[in-house]
Design a protein around this ligand. Structure first.
Ligand SMILES: [Zn+2]
Length: 376
C-alpha cells in the first residue's frame, strides 16, 4: 500500500442489520454509507466512500476555508459515531466530517490543507458500490523535506524455499532455493544502491522459513511492497519464461478470513463481524490494486531481459500473497525444467539483469501518480 499502514485512516462502519430496510421498497430505501477511507495514492489523495448500494452524489469545492463536499441523497450514515462525526485525513485532506441532513440526505465534508482539484471520480466496486475521488492540491504543498531515513519505502524481498525445502530441481540438478536466494540478494543490492529504499530479506542464507513467518515478517517490517522470487518447474520441458502472480479473487477471500486473526489497524472501528468485513474489503481492494499496478510495471521490464510466459500476469492464491495490507507479487523467474531457462537462471549476469529490471519497476511504481487504479 502506498502509505504507512499506521497512517491508514478509517471511519468504521456499523453493521447494517435491519437499519437500512424499514419496510419500504428496496428501490426507495435509503442506501447506507458503510465506510470512508482517506489515503495517499501516489501524488493524489484517494477518498473512498463505501455504500450499501449505488447512491446519487453531488460534489463541489468551497473556499475560505478550503473544503471538498460530497452530498448524497437518499442515504443514511452507518458510521461509528452515528449521524455526525469526523475522521482523520491524509495528504491534502486534513480531516473529514460527516453529518446527516434532512430528508435522508447526508453530507461528507473534507477539510483541505490547500486549494485542491478533482483528478478523477468513479462509481464502482466489485462487492458493493463505492464512490471514489482523487484529489490533488492545485499548487504543490509547501516544499516537502527530502525523505528522511524513516520515510524510505520498505521493500521485503522473499527468496522462496530454503533449507530442507529445495524447491524445484533443474535438469542439471540446480536447486531453486539457491538460484532464488542469489536473485534476492542481487535485488537487494540493486535497490540499496539507489539509496532510497530500505530492503529486508525473509532469508539471506540457505534457511528454511515457514510461509506464515514470511508474511508475518513482511507485516512486522511495515512493508510497502513484498516481492517473492521463485523459479518454476513443469512436466513439459518446453515451458519457458518468467511470469508474475498477484492475488486471485479466491485468495482475497482467504486473506480476509485470515485477517480476522491479524492485528490490522481499523481505527476506532468495533471489531465485530460486519464492520471488519467492510473495512477489510476496502483495505484488501486497495492492496490488490496496488499489487496489480506493480505487476504491470515489472512485466515489460522483465520482458526486456528475459523470455516471458504466455499470459504473464497471473492470479493465484499463493500464501505469501495473502497479507491484506501489503501489496505483493510473486515472480517466477523462469523454468528450471527448461534447458534454456535453467542456463539463464544460472547465469549471474542474467540474474543481475532481472534484479535491475525489478528495481526499475520498483522505482516507477513508487514514482507514478497511480491515479487510475485498475478495477477488476
Ligand atoms: Zn518456488
Amino acid at each position: 500500500m502506498d502509505l504507512n499502514r499506521r497512517s491508514l485512516m478509517f471511519a468504521g462502519a456499523t453493521a447494517l442489520g435491519s437499519v437500512a430496510l424499514t419496510g419500504r421498497a428496496w428501490g426507495d430505501a435509503p442506501a447506507a454509507v458503510r465506510g470512508v477511507l482517506v489515503h495517499e495514492s501516489g501524488q493524489a489523495v484517494r477518498v473512498t466512500v463505501a455504500l450499501e448500494r449505488a447512491a446519487q452524489a453531488r460534489t463541489f469545492f468551497l473556499s475560505d476555508p478550503d473544503r471538498f463536499v460530497v452530498d448524497l441523497s437518499n442515504c443514511t450514515l452507518a458510521l461509528p459515531q452515528g449521524a455526525a462525526g469526523e475522521g482523520p485525513g491524509a495528504g491534502v485532506v486534513r480531516r473529514f466530517r460527516y453529518a446527516a441532513r434532512p430528508e435522508n440526505a447526508a453530507r461528507l465534508v473534507f477539510d483541505l490543507e490547500a486549494p485542491a482539484r478533482l483528478l478523477r471520480q468513479e462509481l464502482g466496486g466489485r462487492r458493493a458500490p463505492e464512490l471514489s475521488f482523487d484529489l490533488a492540491p492545485t499548487a504543490p504543498l509547501a516544499a516537502a523535506p527530502a525523505p528522511s531515513r524513516s520515510q524510505r519505502r520498505t521493500i521485503v524481498v522473499d527468496a522462496g524455499h530454503g533449507g530442507r525445502d529445495p524447491g524445484a530441481i533443474g535438469t542439471t540438478g540446480v536447486r531453486e532455493k539457491d538460484v532464488v536466494l542469489d536473485a534476492a540478494l542481487q535485488l537487494r543490492q540493486a535497490l540499496e544502491s539507489r539509496g532510497q529504499y530500505r530492503v529486508a530479506l525473509t532469508r539471506d542464507a540457505d534457511r528454511y522459513v515457514e510461509l506464515e513467518d514470511r508474511l508475518r515478517f513482511a507485516r512486522a517490517q511495515n512493508a510497502d511492497l513484498f516481492i517473492s522470487i521463485h523459479a518454476d518447474s513443469h512436466a513439459n520441458s518446453e515451458a519457458q519464461g518468467a511470469s508474475v502472480y498477484t492475488i486471485s479473487e479466491r485468495g482475497e477471500t482467504r486473506a480476509q478470513n485470515m485477517a480476522q486473526n491479524w492485528d490490522i489497524d481499523l481505527g476506532g472501528a468495533s471489531r465485530t463481524g460486519g464492520v471488519q468485513d467492510i473495512l477489510l474489503d476496502l483495505y484488501q481492494r486497495e492492496t490488490t490494486n496496488r499489487s496489480a499496478q506493480f505487476a504491470q510495471q515489472v512485466i515489460p521490464r522483465l520482458g526486456a531481459v528475459a523470455p516471458l510466459l504466455r499470459n504473464t500476469h497471473r492470479n493465484a492464491g499463493f500464501y505469501v500473497l495473502l497479507a491484506p495490507d501489503v501489496p505483493a507479487v510473486l515472480i517466477e523467474t523462469g523454468f528450471l525444467s527448461n534447458v534454456t531457462d535453467e542456463r539463464r537462471l544460472c547465469d549471474p549476469r542474467a540474474r543481475q539483469a532481472m534484479a535491475e529490471a525489478m528495481a526499475q519497476a520498483v522505482d516507477t511504481y513508487f514514482a507514478a501518480p497511480q491515479l487510475m487504479a485498475a478495477r477488476a
